[in-house]
Write a protein that binds this ligand. Structure first.
Ligand code: SF4
Length: 121
């Protein structure tokens, strides 16, 4: 048995939790105030994922960068590869909020989308 300490990110209370692990499985979770904490702990310790947010270069736009995010969570171990890909991307203005800028980024199955619009210069 091994104990893992983690903070729930489900709300501003930030409950400090302890998860008891055995053989890579979460056996129990304590310290959470509600069920969301237990769900978060189990997922974070067995299948951690994140939405990635960043920005990419814009060619011919009124601003030089556009904010972006992955449409869905991606595996935490793919974040570095995803950021490397984002660094290589340049898109042409105009860009509409919600437009897909990269399909299946880093083979995650998630699309990279614009989170704001950019007009042509
Ligand atoms: S366990 Fe519940 S109350 Fe505590 S931080 Fe998470 S969501 Fe908030």
């Amino acid at each position: 048995m091994e104990n893992k300490e983690l903070i729930c990110i489900g709300c501003p209370m930030g409950c400090a939790m302890t998860a008891c692990m055995e053989g890579g499985e979460v056996v129990s979770v304590s310290g959470n105030t509600c069920i969301r904490g237990e769900r978060y702990a189990r997922k974070e310790l067995t299948d951690p994922t994140r939405i990635v947010t960043s920005s990419v270069r814009v060619r011919g736009g009124r601003i030089p960068m556009v904010s972006v995010k992955t449409r869905e969570d991606i595996p935490k171990n793919k974040i570095f590869e995803c950021m490397e890909k984002i660094r290589t991307v340049t898109v042409d203005a105009p860009i509409c909020e919600g437009a897909v800028l990269v399909h299946d980024i880093a083979g995650t199955g998630a699309d990279l989308i614009a989170t704001k619009s950019v007009e042509k210069a």
